[in-house]
Design a protein around this ligand. Structure first.
Ligand code: PGA
Length: 262
């Protein structure tokens, strides 16, 4: 078993208003026993309008989850109508910020340079970025998965110290597997997660490569998580749709007791 502590993250995307988010996080806390969380970290990433509510509930009831955000701006303040500053997130005790999700890159035009600016900004405020990388179906079929992922990792980590990289999370999310019900096979997920780790080694050295946590994301469910987590370079999962259902997400967090068949 790897020495890295697994991280299971629920990305709620643009779902759940703050009342609904509160119910989901309370249910999750009720479903998970302290034992279930002994060897795994869990983060939940509600929409911005829910963050204060969820953070207050998590802190007041001492729920064993980290609260995360789904995005932030690269500047701390300024004339950026509609954007959210990393400094504001840090003030809410946000632990993790998802950066460069494929939906941000593909639908909102985020470039590798924007993503790097956000990674640097998240570090500046002592939070942990979850840097997302991954290929489209066309890129996979054209055989350019490796080139793209290596480029995204290099660009995303530019300007960071080896120590900063060591504490980070990189999520490998094949775009064709997100929200489609198609999951990468454990072997394919392993191959690209190993490539991510090797690329981190090139950028930031061997110690950072050993420490960085690499998640897989894309149609993760209770039925396929165990087989993915059995791979040596898969250190966790970034879960979208299945994280909206607290029963299903709790089973994903308890992947060790789920059957490994996918
Ligand atoms: P999915 O989303 O689990 O619904 O495929 C994953 C993600 O976009 O992070």
């Amino acid at each position: 078993m790897s020495a890295r502590r697994p991280l299971i993250s629920g990305n709620w995307k643009m779902h759940l208003n703050h009342f609904e988010a509160l119910q989901v996080v309370q249910k999750l806390s009720y479903l998970l026993a302290p034992d279930d969380l002994e060897d795994v970290d869990v983060s939940v990433h509600p929409p911005f309008t829910d963050l204060r509510t969820v953070q207050t509930a998590v802190e007041t009831d001492r729920m064993p989850f980290a609260v995360g955000a789904q995005n932030c701006h690269w500047e701390d303040s300024g004339a950026f109508t509609g954007e959210v500053s990393p400094a504001m997130l840090a003030k809410l005790n946000i632990a993790y910020v998802i950066v460069g999700h494929s939906e941000r890159r593909e639908l909102f035009g985020e470039t590798d340079e924007d993503v790097n600016g956000k990674v640097l900004a998240v570090h500046r405020h002592a939070m942990t970025p979850i840097l997302c990388v991954g290929e489209t179906l066309a890129e996979r079929e054209a055989g350019t998965t490796e080139t793209k992922v290596v480029r995204q990792v290099h660009a995303g980590l530019a300007g960071l110290s080896p120590e900063q990289v060591a504490g980070m999370v990189v999520a490998y999310e094949p775009i064709w597997a997100i929200g489609t019900g198609r999951t990468a096979t454990p072997a394919d997920a392993q191959a690209v997660c190993a490539l991510v780790r090797a690329t981190v080694g090139e950028v930031a050295g061997a110690d950072a490569a050993v420490s960085v946590r690499v998640q897989y994301g894309g149609s993760v469910k209770a039925g396929n998580i165990a087989a993915l987590m059995a791979e040596p370079d898969v250190d966790g999962a970034l879960v979208g749709g299945a994280s909206l259902d607290p029963e299903e997400f709790a089973r994903i967090v308890r992947y060790r007791s789920e059957p490994a068949a996918s």
